[in-house]
Write a protein that binds this ligand. Structure first.
Ligand SMILES: [Zn+2]
Length: 170
């Protein structure tokens, strides 16, 4: 029995000696595998990331270039109209006196629409606190006076009462 135990001990002692050589082998293999994996992972993501971004970045650049094209289009929109087509806003028209295409300057003056509105309120009895004079201050009822920005001559008067344009000067 003791022999067997000794044998066992001796046999066990042999494996004890053997582990030291085993440990360096796994450590080398373990050390080599992580290095390969770490080399493989960073290489693959870099290639994948560098490949995908360019197609995603290109569309935004095209969209920004498209938005840049809209600005000159808006600037180009300025059709010249006849003096008799002037309304209550500044417009581009040809002024024969200066023989130039100009953007008219607009001023608003009390016209027939203001006077008739105030007269109507006065007739129906809206006179308290001077309420019948309120229409004289309403810009939407005033006539629009178009003048030349170069010589300040009055070009035309747009009447709100009947919507007609009265050519002035020349
Ligand atoms: Zn002028």
């Amino acid at each position: 029995m003791t022999n067997k135990k000794d044998n066992i001990v001796s046999s066990s002692s042999d494996p004890v000696d053997s582990p030291p050589p085993y440990t360096p082998l796994p450590s080398q293999s373990r050390g080599a595998v992580p290095n390969e994996t770490t080399r493989l992972y960073p290489d693959v993501p870099k290639n994948s990331y560098s490949a995908t971004p360019p197609p995603t970045y290109n569309p935004p650049q095209q969209s920004s270039s498209v938005t840049a094209h809209y600005q000159p289009d808006t600037v180009v929109l300025s059709p010249a109209v006849s003096i008799y087509d002037l309304r209550s806003h500044p417009a581009v028209t040809c002024y024969p006196h200066c023989n130039q295409i100009v953007l008219t300057k607009t001023n608003f003056k009390i016209g027939t629409a203001n006077l008739l509105s105030s007269l109507g309120l006065f007739i129906i009895g809206v006179t308290m606190w001077g309420c019948c004079l309120i229409p004289l201050c309403i810009t939407d009822l005033k006539d629009c006076i178009h003048s030349c920005p170069h010589c300040d001559r009055i070009m035309a008067r747009y009447s709100r009462f009947d919507g007609r344009v009265f050519k002035i000067g020349e």
